[in-house]
Write a protein that binds this ligand. Structure first.
Ligand code: ADP
Ligand code: MG
Length: 654
């Protein structure tokens, strides 16, 4: 049934958020200003934790993980490096889990959800939604997919269905009639641990799945603590099931089903720090119960010696049973804060994360699961198609049937023909009715009987038309639920103009380039037009100097470098600077007696000394010219030429 893959360990990454405003005040206000306690070496995947109360000489604690993300890390980096491969596996039929673990206020929800409206700050969940549907639209033509989503929370050790249709008052958004139903956990050898009667909604697009999440978030339990204004008071799990059907080598359809668990845990914190009382304190006790159970499970699995793993100690650990030591590929994002006052919690998180690295899972492709909904849907589609073909066959003689018969889509034309055929039948019946009425040779009783028969036939015809319409609509609905790449291909052919441009931008332009342009766009409300902002130097649009330009003033190609070594060819110079040899002649001093008469009018010119002295003076000026201001060069050279001219003119005159 399923292919066993070799075991693999849980992938553990650590993320540290920046200091927040409160902490910044605290840190700088500390006597001596001891600063942040977490240091990260992103290249090595190392975290160094400094104990703010360490005794002199006490070594710092160093941990190594699959990846580490420091305060300046971007949401996109974490997604691309750590989560993207997992989503690919889910689409290939593996189970996948991502969960964020850490103290309250360290960025679990920020990492998992982020800011939905800001593309740069979107978290794992919205990016995963986008990714799943983009991959489906790009998949080979012979695949058909069915995507379903469920959303639940564990609040005070109770499982609540956040998409419960009874909670969301129908047709009235944002109105909740009652609190979500509490659900039971079940276990089966086929699907492992599952939640009985959990609402599961089919989604056909990113928009639909986002709407589901928003709907669920409206009834989620949140509350403020001293450490986080919108602290999550429950653990949430957003579950996406992706079923994919593909024709196998045996020519039959095979289904693979991947399940993706996106888990946002409530914070692990000490009650005293969060300043909670009353109901919040009870919540916190339950949150901590689940988290300590999770810790025990991680320890038992990492230890590997004890046979018993206490999954049953909490709902959370039971739900994550497959993800920790079972059939799933798992990513754990441990979140930290850099403030010295949380040293103990940070150390605890790092220790748990370090232990989790040793947990071994046995992920395998879930092939042909018995409960695949896609198979049910495919059966239903085939049944509806057969019914439609049957009606079609009865309704009219078709010119020629394609291999698959009427497919309900190529349909538009087929539907028109069927409609035409019905119209003809109706007209024929009406004509017959008229003929019977006008036929004087028939007895009144006979006439009535014949008219009655025709009326029944007309009724049948109407009924037939309505049923076919209903069947066609149902058939199309089912086909829409299971998008296949073939249909996407057809859609793509239909897109023109802007949609085509949009597709090109989305698929071929690197996101960072696209974002650069998008960030420059502003809507001019007066002209109601989108406009580009001018580039300014402050936007630092200039490219950074290339690393290869070390030692050069600007980048120089490999070819030019080789050419330079071969011989100094002016074409391959890195700099446009002329190299002039220094004139090393001794400085020329000219006695005032030898200056020409136009320079020193009071002195009488000496025709014998004048020529050589002028020549030497000119040479000196020339040798200095490369470092003088251009003006000086021009004036000196013009002086020389004037002098030459003044001496030459008399001789010409002679
Ligand atoms: P948690 O879910 O762990 O309780 P949150 O995700 O709600 O914590 O984060 C608490 C606050 O810290 C939020 O205001 C969030 O925007 C901010 N924050 C968390 N991580 C980061 C980060 N990596 N970069 C910037 N801000 C962050
Ligand atoms: Mg949270």
């Amino acid at each position: 049934m399923s292919k066993v893959k070799s075991s693999e360990t849980v992938k553990v990454v650590v993320r540290c958020r920046p200091l927040n405003r409160k902490e910044t005040a605290g840190v700088t206000g500390t006597p001596g200003g001891r600063g942040e306690i977490v240091e990260m070496d992103v290249n090595r995947g190392q975290v160094v934790l400094r104990n703010p109360r360490a005794l002199p000489g006490e070594p710092q604690k160093t941990f190594t993980f699959d990846s580490v993300y420091d305060a300046s890390s971007r949401q996109r980096d974490l997604y691309d490096e750590t989560v993207r491969p997992l989503i690919h596996s889910v689409l290939d039929g593996f189970n996948g889990t991502i969960f964020a673990y850490g103290q309250t206020g360290t960025g679990k929800t920020y990492t998992m959800q982020g800011e939905w409206l800001e593309p740069e700050r979107r978290g794992v969940i919205p990016n995963a939604f986008e990714h799943v549907f983009t991959q489906i639209s790009r998949s080979p033509a012979d695949r058909q997919y069915l995507v379903r989503a469920s959303y639940l929370e564990i609040y005070r050790e109770e499982i609540r269905d956040l998409l419960d249709p009874n909670v969301h008052a129908p047709h009235v958004p944002n109105v909740h009639t009652q609190s979500p139903h509490t659900l039971e956990l079940r276990e089966s050898p086929e699907s492992g641990v599952y939640v009985r009667d959990l609402t599961s909604c089919v989604c056909k697009s990113v928009k639909e799945i986002q709407e589901l999440m928003n709907l669920g978030n409206q009834v989620r339990s949140v509350g403020a603590t001293d450490m986080n204004e919108h602290s999550s008071r429950s653990h949430t799990l957003f579950l996406i099931t992706v079923e994919c059907s593909q024709t196998g080598l045996d020519g039959r359809q095979h289904i693979r089903a991947g399940r993706l668990n996106l888990v946002d845990l409530a914070g692990s914190e000490r009650q005293a720090k969060t300043g909670v009382r009353g109901e919040r304190l009870k919540e916190a006790a339950k949150i901590n119960l689940s988290l300590s159970a999770l810790g025990n499970v991680i320890s038992a699995l990492a230890d590997g010696r004890s046979g018993h793993v206490p999954y049953r100690d909490s709902k959370l650990t039971r739900l994550l049973q497959d993800s920790l030591g079972g059939n799933a590929k798992t990513v754990m994002v441990a979140t930290l804060g850099p403030a010295p006052q949380h040293y103990e919690e940070t150390l605890t998180t790092l220790r748990y994360a370090n232990r989790a690295k040793n947990i071994k899972n046995q992920p395998r492709v879930n092939e042909d699961p018995k409960d695949a909904l896609l198979r049910e849907f495919q059966k239903e589609i085939a049944r509806l198609r057969a019914q439609l073909n049957h009606r079609e066959g009865r309704g009219k003689h078709r010119k020629e049937e394609g291999e698959e018969g009427w497919d309900g889509e190529g349909g538009e034309e087929g539907e028109e023909e069927v409609e035409k055929e019905r119209k003809l039948q109706k007209e024929r019946l009406e004509e017959e009715n008229k003929a019977i009425r006008e036929d004087g040779s028939l007895l009144a009783v006979e006439k009535q009987r014949l008219l009655g028969e025709k009326e029944i036939m007309m009724g049948d015809l109407r009924k037939e038309r309505d049923t076919t319409k209903q069947l066609t609509a149902k058939y199309k609905d089912f086909r829409d639920l299971c998008p296949s790449s073939t249909e996407n291909g057809k859609e793509k052919q239909a897109v023109t103009g802007y949609s085509r441009l949009y597709l090109i931008i989305e698929n071929f332009i690197p996101p960072e380039e696209k974002n650069k342009i998008m960030n420059r766009l502003t809507l001019d409300p007066e002209e109601d037009q989108w406009k580009f902002q001018l580039l300014t130097s402050s936007e630092s649009q200039m490219k950074k100097r290339l690393a290869s330009a070390v030692g050069y003033k600007r980048p120089i190609s490999q070819y030019a470098r080789v050419a330079l070594v071969m011989g100094a060819h002016s074409r391959y110079r890195a700099e446009n600077i002329l190299f002039l040899e220094l004139d090393m002649s001794p400085p020329t001093t000219v006695s005032l007696d030898h200056w020409p008469s136009e320079v020193r009018p009071n002195c009488s010119p000496s025709p014998t000394d004048n020529a050589p002295n002028r020549e030497r003076a000119t040479r000196v000026r020339k040798s200095r010219s490369w470092c003088q201001a251009p003006r000086a060069i021009t004036s000196s050279s013009s002086m020389v030429s004037l002098a030459t001219h003044s001496t030459a003119t008399p001789s010409t005159a002679q």
